[in-house]
Design a protein around this ligand. Sequence first.
Ligand code: NAG
Ligand code: NAG
Length: 459
Amino acid sequence: MAVVRAWIYLLFTLICFGRVWYLFRLSTASLRAPRIPTTHTIPADVDRSIPISMGAEPKGIFYFVQISDLHISKFRPKGHTHYFLHFIRSILPVLKPSFVVVTGDLTDAKDMRRVTSQQYVEEWSLYNYAIDQGVQGTRWYDMRGNHDCFDLPSWKSRANLYRTHGQSASLIAEGGGIYAWEERLEYGRYKFIAIDACPKKGPSRPLNFFGYLTSKAMDQLASHVLSDSYNHTFMFSHYPTTTMVFGLGDILQAYHPSTQSLELELGDLKEHGLYRIVAIDHDLISFVDTPLPSAIMKSRPERLIPLDNTTVLWPHAVDIAPVVLITNPKEARFSIPAKEPLEQIQKSTHLRFLVFSSLDPSQLQVSIWIDNIEHIHPAEFVGNQEMPLWVAKWDPSSLELKELHTIRVQVDTPTMIGSSSIEFRLDNQRTKVNGGTGEWIISTHMTSTVRFCFSTSSF
Ligand SMILES: *[C@@H]1O[C@H](CO)[C@@H](O)[C@H](O)[C@H]1NC(C)=O
Ligand SMILES: *[C@@H]1O[C@H](CO)[C@@H](O)[C@H](O)[C@H]1NC(C)=O
């Protein structure tokens, strides 16, 4: 009798396990083997015969822009919507990037008193119309953040206004939450992956702070990523790869030693007015995070959602101070020795940097200091309409190999000053990111296996 009972228990346990396994497979089906649709292929194969060395040529370099956390809001005119419209009106025409990526929280979806959440069609329409009416000649990629998924029963739900108003909605739908695109340039191939990490079915606030991709899905995603040969792979997600809630308020910047990838969180546009420019110059990756000008940050529009819901009420464009992005040498804190040809720095004949300004290069006065000593060679504009590249001759062999050096580039216009300074090395070593708590948290919750990752989170 006891034997029979034991068998029954065993059978019952097995059935339970089976059921659990079935439910698990069912609920994570969409995460397995993500099909990544690829768009925008510029056909042309990598010409390996071109000897790559960093000189004065405006070649081997491209750049893009990332913004995050727009929180377009029906109820909050200051910041939020206003900054977004200014980004399009005042910043984008000066930057002229290859493309813009928005990593989530396109709309605010909160009510007047910030108590309840709801998807407002006016917020989504404004987002959509602003891009349609204000962005010309720049590709635009977007993905949802947690605010864009508040109160959504499913992707197909009518409340999912991203599906009807998001710029990349069809790509996300097709790829089951993930899409990718590729830049094929004559000197290299670069892959970009966007992850829509909204919970597919709905916990509403506060549980949907967590991204939905499991670490297993991340691994699969990564194997997908690593299976192809790209000079660099960039991943964008609204959630840090650790899907954590501990990092509140910290800007995450971390280097993952086991995977040789770098994770860089970008601050928000809605309150801090931040945008990021990322340049890839001879496979060295550099970026700069810049806030909107104070003239924009201080101005207070009265009304943002137009009465007819369709014509965008554009603010007057504001001049911006020059934005400087140094691409050679590369900032040592963010170097990825296994993935970047850092030896190029030592071999290079010129310092290289991008200067974004609405003024003609002839009206800019550029000064350079290395280790606080004014650089003897003058800076020279060698770029064109598409590439605001400046160079200055230099001799890296005159600098101490094993030390940390600083370079500062300052650009004066008749009325404004822009500058950038970074620390660099010539021995291909990396220096600590100093990400503080953020880095510690990421390094203790290692889930990412991708090479380079731009994420953002807001709670
Ligand atoms: C991109 O990768 C290819 C293949 O490894 C290489 O030949 C080429 O030099 C790389 N491009 C750059 C800019 O380093
Ligand atoms: C604009 O949108 C609001 C909210 O959906 C609606 O009440 C109003 O009638 C719309 N206005 C026009 C002119 O369509």
